[in-house]
Design a binder for this molecule. Structure first.
Ligand code: 2P0
Length: 343
């Protein structure tokens, strides 16, 4: 092999039952199983070129060469694949994020899922998606779920080999999500740090684990019967419980800002006024995501526009599983990114 090239796209995902806490930090084994919705509107495209002529790994994100620290994360991730391939040549990794970076919109989820699939494509690895998800997991926990589309479960497993994602449902039954991007500043407490602090110090943490198990069972039953209201209610309750563990950590902290509270209040008011099912959830950042019917999106956006500039309201349909891109697709993606970044 002198050169091996792989290109892939993975969509980001938003957890309805959150992953919050690790039982093994090195292997990214979670304390609880989680369930997400993959989103069509946000994704990462990644190209990896393994080349025997290269003398070091490099990583370009959105056309910008990244720092040594970021490159190290990529190198460490690529090394995981050596278990399957033996020694590897150095690689050049290029990614374009069609996700507002570090806005609590889990760009790391799509990032490592796209990289994992690009590597599998480049090296022609003979492994299932589920096996690949065990590797994506070790880049960033939530990326294990981004290898699949629709509603996806990440089973906590018993070891590294079976802590993997699997698809639950296509979510093609009038399900969508609005992102209220109230604040796109970089988050102050990385989720990795926040979850560890919470596991160690929140007296509510054991209750989180116990009830997250029940929530997962209940939401899967609701998905199976396409009971949208139940899916939404479980989602909202589970998200609030996750955030209650940060408020009860010692010292306490929160990902919410004043704008997040305004957004939450707007969602409550709008769903009261319109009498439509719309349920919120939040991650390790200030933005509010609203699980809603695709058929209600238009009236919801109109009503929410009374509270936010409409450009801060981003609608998404359920997204597909990660997939391999051709060189032509890659060229198109670069053009698309360049156009987008020029505003
Ligand atoms: C989730 N979050 O289930 C949860 C809910 C944030 C809140 O997964 O340490 O970037 O890389 O495994 O996946 C964000 O954390 O954390 C996350 P690491 P990750 O989506």
């Amino acid at each position: 092999m002198t050169q091996a090239v792989g290109i892939a796209r993975a969509h980001t995902n938003i957890a309805l039952i959150k992953y919050w806490g690790k039982r093994d930090k090195d292997l990214f084994l979670p304390m609880n199983s989680s369930l997400s919705l993959t989103l069509e509107a946000f994704y990462t495209d990644t190209k990896v070129v393994f080349d025997e002529e290269l003398t070091a790994d490099s990583f370009f994100l959105n056309g910008i060469e990244q720092s040594k620290t970021e490159i190290k994360k990529i190198s460490r991730f690529l090394d995981l694949f050596c278990e399957y391939t033996g020694e590897r040549p150095f690689a050049r990794v290029e990614s374009f994020n069609f996700v507002p970076t570090a806005a609590g919109l889990a760009s790391s989820a799509s990032a490592f899922a796209a990289l994992a699939l690009a590597v599998a494509d480049a090296l022609k690895l003979d492994m299932t998606r589920q096996e690949l998800s065990t590797l994506a997991r070790q880049g960033s926990g939530s990326s294990t779920r981004s290898l699949f589309g629709g509603f996806v479960e990440w089973s906590m497993g018993t070891s590294s080999g079976d802590s993997m994602a699997h698809p639950v449902d296509d979510a093609d039954w009038d399900v969508g999500m609005l992102v209220l991007a109230v604040d796109t500043q970089e988050k102050k407490i990385a989720s990795r740090v926040g979850m560890e602090h919470t596991v160690q110090t929140s007296p509510f943490y054991p209750a989180w684990i116990e009830t997250a198990k029940e929530d997962l069972k209940a939401i899967k039953a609701a998905i199976a019967t396409k009971d949208f209201e139940a899916v939404g209610q479980i989602t909202e309750h589970n998200g609030m419980k996750m955030h209650a563990t940060t408020l009860s950590a010692n010292p306490p902290f929160t990902y919410w800002t004043a704008d997040s509270l305004l957004a939450q209040e707007a969602v409550r008011r709008v769903r009261e006024e319109l009498q439509v099912p719309a349920y919120m959830t939040m991650d390790a950042g200030p933005n509010v995501k609203v699980l809603c019917r695709v058929s209600d999106m238009k009236i919801l956006i109109e009503a929410l526009s009374a509270y936010f500039p409409s450009e801060k309201i981003i609608a998404s349909l359920p997204g597909p599983a990660a997939y391999v891109l051709s060189e032509e697709d890659w060229e198109q993606s670069k053009i698309h990114f360049a156009k987008g970044s020029q505003g």
